[in-house]
Ligand binder design. Structure first.
Ligand code: HEC
Ligand code: HEC
Ligand code: HEC
Ligand code: HEC
Length: 121
């Protein structure tokens, strides 16, 4: 093997590992900016994935349990004005239930529970 071919192989391997590393670090966007008039919420998605299983936050149609490889859709796809259960018929309602619910249980770890802990202007 020529020197240049050897080095391009090494580079390809390093690059391959780097890409693999990113895939292991998390799935979906690393951070998600959830827009709100009250102030946008910058949600550290991968940081949460490191602590919790996907199924803590994502479920399938009919509230079916999360399965690996399942198609993950935006909350708004289902939790909109047409949603039957009026307590869950907006993104705000389900996000507050989900996010605040868990944060209250993890207050000791500094999970934000106050409005301005999540909504930043
Ligand atoms: C602590 C809660 C939480 C955990 C745990 C979590 N996610 Fe998410 N994820 C979210 C929220 C919130 C969104 C944004 C949904 C929206 O915009 O409606 C999201 C968005 C996504 C999206 C993008 C969906 C889209 O169409 O924009 C993917 C893909 C995704 N998550 C995959 C995963 C996978 C895979 C795991 C597990 C390895 C996981 N998530 C763990 C809360 C979580
Ligand atoms: C494919 C449709 C669908 C999507 C997408 C969806 N949900 Fe749901 N969700 C449901 C259904 C159906 C229920 C059950 C409603 C009931 O019990 O009345 C539910 C229930 C809930 C509940 C109340 C029960 C519980 O688990 O605490 C919360 C909170 C919730 N969803 C949050 C979310 C969040 C956050 C997202 C986005 C990350 C999301 N949902 C995406 C269909 C969906
Ligand atoms: C299953 C539990 C759980 C859920 C659900 C959850 N969180 Fe968290 N979150 C935590 C914990 C625990 C911490 C504090 C420890 C840490 O920062 O790792 C935290 C920290 C945070 C922080 C501070 C991050 C930082 O870097 O200091 C933000 C912002 C946040 N969460 C936003 C959200 C939003 C928005 C949602 C809903 C879409 C959400 N979280 C849902 C458990 C959760
Ligand atoms: C744990 C994080 C968290 C905390 C704490 C929190 N929120 Fe939110 N809030 C969210 C998320 C996430 C959304 C959904 C944004 C979206 O629609 O994509 C939201 C949506 C909203 C909305 C609707 C969207 C808009 O246009 O403003 C209002 C109003 C709101 N929050 C007010 C409050 C108030 C008032 C408090 C304090 C009592 C509070 N929130 C505390 C995360 C939080």
């Amino acid at each position: 093997m020529s020197k240049t071919r050897f080095f391009s192989l090494v580079i390809a391997l390093i690059f391959g590992f780097a890409v693999g590393g990113i895939a292991i670090a998390g799935e979906g966007p690393a951070t998600i900016v959830l827009k709100a008039k009250k102030g946008n919420v910058t949600f550290p998605h991968h940081k949460h994935q490191a602590k919790f299983k996907c199924g803590e936050c994502h479920h399938g149609p009919g509230h079916s349990a999360y399965k690996e490889g399942m198609k993950i859709e935006k909350c708004e796809k289902c939790h909109n004005k047409e949603f039957k259960n009026k307590k869950l018929n907006s993104v705000m309602k389900v996000m507050h239930k989900k996010c605040k619910g868990c944060h209250k249980a993890h207050k000791a770890e500094n999970a934000p529970t106050k409005c301005n802990g999540c909504h930043k202007k």
